[in-house]
Design a binder for this molecule. Structure first.
Ligand code: ADE
Ligand code: ZN
Length: 324
């Protein structure tokens, strides 16, 4: 019998907690909350995971969230993710959540944050994983809704490390959210934003110049703009790349064509992450293994990617240095 290599220790920096909702847990929560799902079985649900673009995924992602109602549901969701993350070598996780996807269904923001917080509080002791929470605004909702969400979250800001921006990118540029990002920065929060996933390089420029982001989520389309690459390299702005997601959402055709090696060669501070692992076929180590196999990355490169993940994290200087 051969012993499998233990997964490389890493930080997960691009992970939507709602995107970790596996079919088994979705059905269990539906039963607990008396909610009927429009799928006869877990297998039938899984068969719906065939996406033509970001929007086709988002439609299912938001619909399935109907099963998340109570603090306990959010705690169970986060516990299930952390148990998997531990198996995948994750030592630190910076976790996105989408409050508007819940408040719009009548779930109070406090229920979401307290439920997730309950699981995250136990994460260090139970799983040996440190965590941070990143509150995302849905960019296909209005700027006013983002501002209202930020104000509703004020009593909980001690639990939140950063704000982010996600959902349907094209037609919803970062410039729409200047005000709420200014407010978040004023409150001492870090800032990240999805940009350059389906949207053009101009959206990455806007995220940098108008929102003042500390990291760019995805950002793969920066490779179309050499000046933008030069800026990202010069400032060592981290990019949280999600290879399996990019293939499933048809951002790229084939993993073998992924720009990850070119991004590393260009000197970009790239990390590898899982985005919505329940939907895209793999958690953190699965993404590392997939790029290793499809792109022929050697052990040194994989170690660089793991080191980058800690370097790009919001861990304090001392803790971060201990991982490098
Ligand atoms: N929400 C969850 N996953 C997302 C992604 N890959 N892009 C934009 N919004 C998302
Ligand atoms: Zn994402």
């Amino acid at each position: 019998m051969t012993t499998a290599h233990p997964p490389v220790p890493k930080a997960e920096l691009h992970l939507h907690i709602e995107g970790t909702l596996e079919p088994e847990l979705a059905f269990a929560l539906a039963a607990r909350n008396g909610i009927a799902l429009p799928y006869a079985s877990e297998d039938e649900l899984r068969r719906a995971y065939s996406f033509s673009d970001l929007q086709s995924f988002l439609n299912l992602y938001y619909a399935l969230m109907a099963v998340l109602r109570t603090e306990e549901d959010f705690a169970d969701l986060a516990h299930a993710y952390l148990a998997r993350a531990k198996e995948q070598g994750v030592r630190h996780a910076e976790i996105f959540f989408d409050p508007q996807a819940h408040t719009s269904r009548g779930v109070p923001i406090g229920t979401v944050i307290e439920g997730l917080g309950r699981a995250l509080d136990a994460a260090q002791e139970t799983y040996g994983i440190s965590t941070r929470l990143i509150m995302c605004f849905l960019r296909d909702e209005s700027a006013e809704s983002a501002l209202e969400t930020f104000e509703a979250a004020r009593p909980y800001l001690d639990r939140i490390t950063a704000v982010g921006l996600d959902s349907a990118e094209v037609g919803n540029p970062p410039s729409k959210f200047r005000e709420v990002y200014a407010r978040a920065r004023e409150a001492g929060l870090k800032c990240v934003a999805h940009a350059g996933e389906e949207g053009p390089p101009a959206y990455v420029w806007e995220a940098l110049d108008l929102l003042g982001v500390d990291r760019v989520d995805h950002g793969v389309r920066c490779m179309e703009d050499p000046e933008l690459v030069a800026r990202l390299v010069a400032e060592q702005i981290p990019l949280t790349v999600c290879p399996l997601s990019n293939v499933r959402l048809r951002v790229i055709d084939d993993l073998a064509d992924h720009p990850l090696p070119a991004m590393l060669d260009a000197g970009l501070l790239v990390t590898v992450n899982s985005d919505d692992p329940a939907y895209f076929g793999g958690y953190a180590q699965d993404n590392f293994t997939a790029v290793r196999d499809a792109l022929g990355l050697d052990e040194d490169t994989l170690r660089t990617l793991a080191r980058n993940s800690f370097q790009a994290s919001f861990l304090d200087e001392e803790t971060r240095a201990a991982y490098l």
